[in-house]
Design a protein around this ligand. Structure first.
Ligand SMILES: C[S@@+](CC[C@H](N)C(=O)[O-])C[C@H]1O[C@@H](n2cnc3c(N)ncnc32)[C@H](O)[C@@H]1O
Length: 354
């Protein structure tokens, strides 16, 4: 076990430790992003392909500031590690007592509105659910915090329990890259929801802060069965949906929907006809970029595009750069490139035409 003093000195000095999370299988790319940004990064894998402990040669403040200014694509969530408590001889209760005592030392916690976010690295490492774990932490620190809140916390207390250690740290929500626990943005499945793909656009709305209701005319390329189209119709837009496959029957009654049952390479529109273009084709990324740039004449200047890019390559970072270059050469300014929680083997590009 590393002593509290040792951890604290690391945190306040020119090095910092973070629990870093990416979508399953994409942690190696998140590690590469950190290496490119900060030079040497020491990594210890905690959940293969997904969660690692990263040590950076910069302070917590500098690391979070630089990550916030230039957001990574694959690194979904971070929290600073202020304390690492070893679980000795499997005695988790004792480790929890130590963790609570350590947290109470941190003055940022005192009299603050706090959210506790707790995760388990595997089923075995804590008897009970993640919610039970969260409640155990809350109970321990309830006498020093002002209030536990679900929204608008001043401080987030993060806890990750592995087989042999508990990691914890306190941060402002904006310093964690995502204010959701581990960056896992969860939505309730609605009754009659047409596809899970809808969650990707819901998440893009939240994470990128896109006000979809502010658009009027959307082009949805690769629209079937219609999850994204249904979302845009719900936001009050007129939607032109293009797909050779069938749209869900429940959408067809909408007067604001124009459905072209065609391949996207054989459709023609007016110049500047749309102020929003979305594309979720699950297709070759380079061909998708070529096809979408070929339709950009129909997007008005200042218009927004949201495009998913499949990562079919063993070198996703190089592929993403190539695809982004294609869009940038077509007068698209990339606002964000991000692997959203609901993206599988893909990322989402949010762009504005200039
Ligand atoms: C992942 S699904 C889209 C899901 C959709 N966003 C939703 O929310 O329901 C991909 C769709 O892209 C369509 N597609 C693939 N290539 C296409 C092309 N060249 N032109 C138009 N649609 C295409 C497929 O037919 C398929 O329906």
């Amino acid at each position: 076990m590393i002593s509290h003093e040792e951890i604290e000195s690391r945190v306040s000095g020119h090095s910092s430790r973070f629990i870093c999370t990416a979508n399953h299988g994409f942690a190696p790319y998140a590690q590469e992003e950190l290496r490119r940004k900060f030079g040497s990064v020491k990594s210890t894998v905690l959940v293969p392909g997904e969660i690692f402990l990263g040590t950076l040669d910069v302070s917590v403040g500098e690391a979070t500031e630089r990550l916030r200014m230039e957001q990574p694509i694959f690194l979904r969530h971070i929290f600073p590690v202020q304390y690492q408590i070893g679980i000795v001889n499997g005695d988790k209760e004792n480790a929890m007592e130590q963790l609570v005592a350590c947290l109470k030392h941190l003055h940022e916690l005192h009299d603050a509105h706090v959210t506790v976010q707790a995760r388990k690295a595997s089923h075995q490492c804590w008897d009970g659910t993640s919610n039970d774990l969260k409640e155990a932490v809350q109970m321990g620190i309830s006498d020093v915090v002002k209030e536990f809140v679900v929204k608008d916390a001043e401080r987030i207390v993060s806890v990750l329990v592995t087989e042999n250690a508990m990691f914890t740290g306190i941060s402002a929500p904006r310093d964690n890259l995502s204010d959701w626990n581990g960056g896992a943005v969860r939505f309730q499945k609605e009754e009659g929801q047409i596809s899970r793909a809808k969650f990707k656009l819901l998440e893009a709305e939240k994470v990128f802060g896109i006000d979809f209701a502010s658009f009027r005319d959307a082009l949805d390329i690769g629209a079937a069965p219609g999850g994204w189209t249904s979302f845009l119709l719900e936001r009050g837009l007129r939607v032109t949906a293009v797909d050779p496959a069938k749209m869900h029957p429940s959408l067809m009654a909408s007067e604001r929907l124009t459905y072209l049952q065609k391949n996207a390479d054989s459709v023609k529109f007016r110049d500047n006809q749309f102020d929003l273009l979305v594309c979720d084709m699950s297709w070759s990324p380079k061909l998708t970029a070529k096809l979408v740039t070929g339709l950009l004449y129909s997007l008005s200047p200042g218009g927004t595009a949201v495009v998913t890019v499949k990562l079919l390559s063993k070198k996703p970072l190089a592929l993403i750069k190539e695809v982004m270059d294609t869009f940038e050469n077509a007068h698209m300014q990339i606002q964000r490139a991000k692997q959203l929680f609901h993206n599988r083997d893909e990322i989402t590009l949010y762009m504005i035409k200039y």
